[in-house]
Design a protein around this ligand. Structure first.
Ligand code: 9MR
Ligand code: ZN
Length: 548
């Protein structure tokens, strides 16, 4: 059966905040549930089980819900049913998401390329220096070699892609920009910890230093560094370096670069003025290239050349990337030229919010305006429009979750490659929706998305390695699969169900009649449902950091 995990209980295995909604799901009818204190096994709360959904569209299951939101005593608990079934143990406290936050941010350290991981930071997950010779130009990009060492491995593979770095670093920086007090931690045990710069910035700077090396003299930015084919399943330092290539420039990579460098320049200014200037100069040069070259580059969007089968991150529409860059450059410089560019884009698109992904960045532009709305002179009607559309989008997410048995904000048709990150990006939007409107329903719904990721889902597993009683164990992640250690490298979000069945493991297990949310396998070979990726972890850092 697909439903053997966690004793049949869909519950947030990391635990619940004291004054937040608390609930779980089961797939069988029952009258009541019983909450027990682990320490003395005492019954502390009894509640009714209610039918939530008959034949839930996403999972094909009957979903029953037990709610114990009213119970607000910190401690360690489990839930029991009259038939003797017990849930995994979980905690109620104000610190249930601290480990999750630390682990999800630390995951970026485990992806570092070129520098090796030392045991004092990485413990048993250490490895030697990798990819120290990156890389040679692909014939379409130029001739000879260029130093593009550093940065993070993208995902389960060892490629490095500027487009995906864009949304990732952008999201991490946005967390710090919106909620600086929540992201000040400087004790994550990474090499920069204790340097008085928050670790979330240090980690972002590590990637940015690599991004800088990807910039061409004329300001344009190369799209990626990968081999022609994905690497074997070996440790990073055992991967044969020969054959790593730098691919041609694209306007999406260049605009993402401009946005990230402009944003970082603003946020690092108080810590390092020279670095701030260097970043802003790089962002401005990228923008100059973009304005000299309107329209998508290369024509039709980036495509893998013949013979290359690594990640493409191909996107035929660079207007959102350009608008995001303009918004960031405006906030960092105050130059009206940038605000005008952003405004034309925003009006054309009716300020509409969309889900956030590596290819869809317009929300990041709107959020940048909101986060800085008091620092720059922005016309009132623009701020009002963004707030109104954010409210409309938060309402739309609420309506979607009402149609789902597990209260998740994606519906059948949207269980696509990496959809767990879509769920968390929705939580991110709802958090800002709550901050802007004060509507507690948005706050609760954001938490509900985290509940789903951490076990309140049909698979009854936590989708984050190392978090909870029963978590993803076999992510498609080369170090995890080849380090000889039983535990997966911790802190990584699995991509999640993929109803498009884009790998041999899913194709063997499921077919088009499988309910969309069930198309998931905790199997190393299922790259389309169980890979990890830097962009997917970013909203996890944002959301867990906010709620911790
Ligand atoms: O996250 C990407 C997803 O949206 C695409 O559908 C998929 C196929 O093109 O690629 C995903 O990104 C992968 C990238 O191409 C290569 N590194 C691993 C990424 C995560 O699977
Ligand atoms: Zn490497």
């Amino acid at each position: 059966s697909l439903l053997t995990k966690a004793g049949g209980f869909s519950i947030n295995q990391a635990g619940y905040l004291i004054d937040a909604p608390k609930y779980f799901f089961i797939n069988e009818p029952a009258d009541s549930f019983y909450l027990h204190d682990v320490v003395d096994d005492k019954l502390v709360f009894k509640g009714a089980i209610e039918l939530k959904a008959k034949n839930d569209p996403a999972t094909g299951m009957d979903v029953y819900k037990g709610d114990f939101s009213g119970f607000e005593t910190p401690g360690k608990y489990y839930i029991a049913l009259a038939n003797g079934k017990k849930s995994p143990q979980f905690e109620i406290s104000d610190t249930v998401y601290n480990n999750l936050f630390n682990a999800s941010l630390k995951s970026y350290y485990y992806q570092r390329c070129g520098v090796g991981l030392e045991s004092k930071y990485a413990g048993e997950f250490k490895y030697g220096k990798c990819h120290t010779k990156d890389a040679r130009f692909h014939p379409l990009a130029g001739e000879g070699y260029k130093d593009v060492t550093g940065g993070w491995h993208d995902a389960g593979d060892y490629g490095k892609y500027v487009v995906n770095a864009g949304v990732t670093v952008g999201t991490l920086l946005m967390a710090y920009e919106f909620f600086p007090a929540k992201f000040l931690s400087d004790s994550l045990n990474i090499p920069e910890s204790g340097n008085r710069i928050p670790d979330i910035l240090d980690e972002a700077l590590f990637e940015i230093d690599w991004m800088l090396k990807m910039q061409r003299e004329d300001g344009a930015v190369f799209t990626k560094v990968t081999k022609e084919k994905f690497e074997d399943f070996v440790m990073p330092d055992k991967d044969v370096e020969e054959g790593r290539l730098i691919y041609h420039v694209s306007s999406t990579a260049t605009a993402d670069f401009a946005a990230v460098l402009a944003k970082a320049s603003r946020l690092i200014k108080d810590y390092d003025k020279d670095l701030a200037k260097k970043y802003l100069d790089a962002a401005t040069a990228a923008w100059k290239f973009l304005s000299d070259n309107p329209g998508i580059i290369p024509t039709g969007g980036f495509k893998n050349p013949e013979g290359t089968v690594t990640g493409e991150y191909g996107d035929r529409d660079d207007s959102d990337e350009r608008a995001w860059a303009a918004a960031e450059l405006f906030m960092s410089t105050g130059d009206k030229e940038y605000l005008d560019y952003f405004t034309i884009y925003a009006r054309k698109n009716n300020f509409r919010f969309k889900s956030i992904s590596w290819s869809q960045l317009n929300d990041l532009a709107y959020f940048t305006i909101l986060a800085n709305s008091s620092k720059r002179n922005i016309p009132e009607d623009i701020k009002d429009k963004i707030k109104a559309e954010l409210l409309a989008y938060s309402d739309y997410l609420t309506a979607k979750s009402d149609r789902d048995g597990y209260g998740v904000t994606i519906l059948p048709g949207e269980y696509r490659w990496g959809c767990n990150s879509d769920v968390l990006n929705n939580a991110l939007i709802l958090i800002i929706g709550y901050e802007i409107t004060g509507d507690k329903n948005f706050y609760n719904l954001a938490l509900g998305q985290l509940n789903y990721i951490l076990g309140a889902n049909a698979h009854k597993i936590s989708f984050v390695t190392g978090i909870g009683a029963d978590y993803v164990r076999h992510p498609h992640h080369r170090p995890t699969a080849s380090d000889g250690i039983e535990e997966p490298v911790p802190g990584f979000l699995s991509g999640g169900p993929n109803q498009n069945l884009q790998d041999p493991v899913l194709l063997k297990l499921f077919d088009k009649n499988t309910p969309p949310a069930m198309c998931y396998a905790d199997d190393t070979g299922s790259w389309s449902s169980n890979e990890i990726a830097i962009n997917w972890n970013a909203p996890l850092v944002f959301v867990s950091g906010y709620f911790k």
